[in-house]
Design a protein around this ligand. Structure first.
Ligand code: NAD
Length: 420
């Protein structure tokens, strides 16, 4: 049976706590989310019927600062998944050293079955129902799977209506016209690119000779692909929920992105008119392709004990959260495959979300150069912090990142003292 996402995260925390001889009380604090809220969200559908959806908001830790984390809309979203994602957010913020704790939210729904008006009503009602626990100094949501800048604009409006004033710093990932930050939409993909280029450098691999396969072609996957192709890498395969495309000579990523940006909503790869030399393959074939680097950028639990042995890529950079289970990670490490873990590789989004929050508080906005330079500086520092621990202790990058994070979170809890 595939290890559950949440069990996988907890097992990694337990292993790390043991390795660093973490005080058992502090270990318990880090293992358990501070607060979990489940809401039943009624909305009036376009046909006049009422439908009730289930939504969640989990705040894992506020030890290092306000909680921060995205909101996901997906048919499989459940409380355990949201707890796992909230926990990873706490660890991610600690690795990047941004002054936030972790949170996550989600609604169990199928966005493809909802009209835009229904999505807007669902989002605003959800925002109102989690309002008692979110806030610009308490818990700041952001986009995740199937949510975007527009969704964040709706949340900002709902909260602003309740408060009777415009509240800019309640969400990040907002549209630019509503106080969003330049570079936020691209930030996670850009961060993935920075990590990929840095590990090529460390391993003395020429990016221009590298082949890269990418699972998931949404915000993270498509922007990561585009930026890596601009660095001279060959993107030989991509996939989304509808299909996978393969071309050993390299796919024309700019053309595919351009096509999807102008097609209907949600844009699907299967609608792209396949070019000569491009080939349609299955998603499982994509994961097993021989390439220099594999970037899983879709959902959790994609590489498990069932397929870890068939992975042929030399390096994995986790664009998604939790794409490799803890047990599969052990197999990959034994096989000498380097995995740049999610809590390091996809932290670009939360780093630029931090910039957006700071800009919103100050109502003073940075240019794109300032955003991207600060993102690069912070990402390279965290990459090198993790790299040094991994090399010194002869452990995997994931183990090193977890050590870095757990030590920082435990120290914050210790310094604050347990209340009361
Ligand atoms: P998105 O909704 O924009 O894109 C998700 C993509 O994955 C889509 O192309 C979808 O078709 C594809 N997909 C879904 N199921 C698939 C499957 N079984 N096989 C292949 N492709 C599949 O979401 P996103 O924002 O790009 O997020 C992707 C991952 O990155 C998630 O794990 C998310 O938590 C993580 N992440 C996102 C951000 C961010 O800023 N958006 C930040 C950090 C981490």
């Amino acid at each position: 049976m595939v290890q559950s996402f949440y069990d996988s995260v907890l097992e990694q925390i337990d292993d790390t706590a043991q390795r660093i001889h973490l005080n058992s009380g502090l270990h318990q604090v880090i293992r358990n989310p501070e607060r979990q809220l489940t809401v039943s969200i009624p909305i009036e559908q376009d046909d006049g019927q009422i439908h009730v959806f289930t939504g969640y908001r989990v705040q894992h830790s506020s030890a290092r600062g306000p909680c921060k984390g995205g909101i996901r809309y997906h048919p499989n979203t459940n409380l355990d998944e949201v707890k796992a994602l909230a926990t990873l957010m706490t660890l991610k913020c600690a690795v990047a050293n941004v002054p936030f704790g972790g949170a996550k939210g989600g609604i169990q729904c199928d966005p493809t079955q909802l009209s835009k008006k229904e999505m807007q009503r669902l989002t605003k009602r959800y925002a109102a129902m989690i309002l008692p626990i979110i806030g610009s100094r308490a818990d700041i949501p952001a986009p995740d799977v199937n949510t975007n800048a527009e969704t964040m604009g709706w949340i900002m409006d709902a909260v602003s209506m309740y408060e009777g004033k415009t509240v800019l710093d309640i969400v990040t990932g907002k549209p630019l016209e509503l106080g969003g930050s330049l570079g936020r939409r691209e930030a996670t993909g850009r961060g993935v690119m920075i990590n990929a280029m840095e590990i090529f450098k460390k391993k003395k691999l020429d990016p221009k000779k590298a082949t890269i396969t990418i699972q998931g072609f949404g915000n993270v996957g498509s922007i990561g692909a585009d930026l890596l192709q601009k660095q001279g890498c060959r993107i030989t395969a991509i996939s989304d929920v509808s299909c996978a495309l393969y071309n050993p000579q390299g796919l024309d990523i700019s053309a595919i992105v351009k096509y999807l940006n102008t097609s209907g909503r949600p844009p699907l790869l299967k609608e792209y008119p396949i070019k000569k030399n491009d080939e349609s393959i299955s998603n499982s074939e994509l994961l097993g392709l021989d390439s220099t680097m594999l970037i899983p950028a879709a959902l959790e639990n994609q590489i498990t004990t069932d397929n870890a042995d068939s992975i042929k890529a030399k390096i994995i950079v986790e664009g998604a959260n939790g794409p490799v289970t803890k047990k599969a990670d052990g197999i990959l490490t034994e096989r000498g495959i380097d995995v740049v873990p999610d809590i390091l590789a996809n932290s670009g989004g939360v780093i630029v979300s931090y910039f957006e929050w700071v800009q919103g508080i100050q109502s003073f906005f940075w240019d794109i150069h300032e955003v991207n330079e600060n993102l690069k500086r912070i990402m390279l520092k965290s990459f090198n912090d993790v790299w040094s621990i991994a090399k010194k202790e002869c452990i995997s990058f994931r183990e090193a990142a977890f050590i870095l994070a757990l030590k920082k979170i435990a120290r914050a809890v210790e310094l604050r003292g347990i209340f009361p």
